[in-house]
Design a protein around this ligand. Structure first.
Ligand code: NDP
Length: 320
C-alpha cells in the first residue's frame, strides 16, 4: 500500500510517500481502508520532533473509512462498517490498523470525509467550551486564530452557547470566515489585549482559548477578567516559556490550564460519547465544518507547509 513515512525529524520534506506492506491485524484491531485522513497541527510537532516520536513512523492521528478486516477478539465492529479514529498514528496511508476500542462509528447520513474532518478538532473544541471553561450565556470569550480548524469550531460552539466571541486572525479573508462562524468582533494580533479591554468596558474576557502559544500568551493573560481562565491548548507559533505562578495572581487570580483531548477521551465510553455529541451535531446541520483543502497523500509535505505557513483556513485532509 501507499503510505507517508518519516525516517528522521525535520521540515515538511521528511514526509516521504512510500510503498510499504499493509499493517498487521492484531487481535483487538480492525483494518480501516482510509478514505480521508485529517491533517492536524500535532502532526507537525511530531514530524519536527517538538513532541518525541519513535521513528520511523507513518504519521497521522486521525482518519475515517471502511472496516476491511476485524481481529479475532473484536466483537462490536464488522467488515463494511464506517468508522473514524483520532489517536492513530498511521492515518497518512491507504490502510491503518486501529484498536476497535479506539474507533467510533460514523453516523448514518454523515459523509465519511466530514467525520475525518471534525473528529479530533471537534471533540477538542467540545472539551474546551464544556469542560475546560464551561461557556455561559452572556459572557465574552476570546478565540485566537479564529479561522483555523480549531478556531472556526470554537467560534461556532461558543457563540451557539450564547457567548459574545472575540476572535483574532491575520487577514481580512480569515476575519470574514470567523465572523461567519459567529465571532461578533475580529481583531488583528497587534495590541489585541488593549482592544479586548476596550470591547469589554475594561473588564476583560471570561476565557481565552489560545492555540497560538508563544506569540499570544502575554496578551492572552492581559485579556482576562478577574478570575478568568486561560486555556492554552496549543503552540502554533511555538511553545510558551516557563511561567512564574505569581503572574496569575497579579493578572487577577486567574486560572491557567493546558488541556489536551487525550485526557478527556481515555476510555472507549468517553471517546464514543464525546464523538456522538460532535458527529451528531455535524450530521444534523447544527455544526458546519469547513474543509479548507484536500491534498493527495503524495502531497502531505505541501499540506504541512501550508498549515505551518498560515496559508490555510478550516480543516485540511489527505486523500489516499
Ligand atoms: P490552525 O488551522 O488553527 O492553523 C494554525 C493557525 O494559527 C494559523 O492558520 C494562524 O492563523 C495561527 N498562527 C498564529 N501565529 C502563527 C505562527 N507563528 N505560525 C503558524 N500559525 C500561526 O491549526 P489547527 O486547528 O490544526 O490547530 C490549532 C491549534 O490547536 C494548534 O496549536 C494545535 O496544536 C492545537 N490543538 C490542540 C489540541 C489539544 O488536544 N490540546 C487538539 C487539536 C489542536 P492566523 O493566520 O489567523 O493567525
Amino acid at each position: 500500500m501507499r503510505a507517508v513515512r518519516v525516517e528522521a525529524h525535520g521540515g515538511p520534506e521528511v514526509l516521504v510517500p512510500t510503498e510499504v506492506p499493509e499493517p498487521a491485524l492484531g487481535e483487538v484491531d480492525v483494518l480501516v481502508g482510509i478514505e480521508s485522513a485529517g491533517v492536524n497541527y500535532i502532526d507537525t510537532y511530531r514530524r519536527s520532533g517538538l513532541y518525541p516520536t519513535p521513528l520511523p513512523t507513518t504519521p497521522g492521528l486521525e482518519g475515517a473509512g471502511v472496516v476491511r478486516a476485524v481481529g479475532r477478539a473484536v466483537t462490536d465492529l464488522v467488515v463494511g462498517d464506517r468508522v473514524a479514529f483520532c489517536d492513530g498514528p498511521g492515518a497518512y496511508a491507504e490502510v491503518a490498523a486501529v484498536p476497535a476500542a479506539r474507533c467510533v462509528p460514523v453516523p448514518e447520513g454523515l459523509a465519511t470525509e466530514l467525520a475525518a474532518a471534525v473528529l479530533l478538532q471537534g471533540m477538542t473544541a467540545h472539551v474546551l467550551v464544556h469542560d475546560t471553561h464551561p461557556v455561559a450565556r452572556g459572557e465574552t470569550v476570546l478565540v485566537h486564530a479564529g479561522a483555523g480548524g480549531m478556531g472556526l469550531l470554537l467560534c461556532r460552539m461558543a457563540s451557539a452557547l450564547g457567548a459574545t466571541v472575540i476572535a483574532t486572525t491575520s487577514t481580512e479573508e480569515k476575519a470574514a470566515l470567523a465572523r461567519d462562524a459567529g465571532a461578533a468582533h475580529v481583531l488583528g494580533y497587534e495590541g489585541f489585549a488593549d482592544e479586548v479591554r476596550a470591547l469589554t468596558e475594561g473588564e476583560g474576557v471570561a476565557a481565552v482559548y489560545d492555540g497560538v502559544g508563544a506569540t499570544t500568551f502575554d496578551g492572552s493573560l492581559a485579556s482576562l477578567r478577574v478570575r478568568g481562565v486561560l486555556a492554552l491548548y496549543g503552540a502554533a507559533s511555538g511553545p510558551v516559556p516557563p511561567v512564574d505562578p505569581q503572574r496569575l495572581n497579579t493578572a487577577g487570580s486567574v486560572y491557567l490550564t493546558r488541556p489536551s483531548l487525550g485526557w478527556h477521551v481515555r476510555t472507549t465510553a468517553e471517546l464514543r460519547d464525546r464523538a456522538a455529541a460532535v458527529l451528531g451535531a455535524v450530521a444534523d446541520g447544527a455544526l458546519p465544518v469547513r474543509i479548507g483543502g484536500r491534498y493527495p497523500l503524495a502531497s502531505a509535505a505541501e499540506a504541512h507547509r501550508d498549515l505551518e505557513g498560515r496559508a490555510t483556513t478550516g480543516k485540511l485532509l489527505l486523500v489516499p
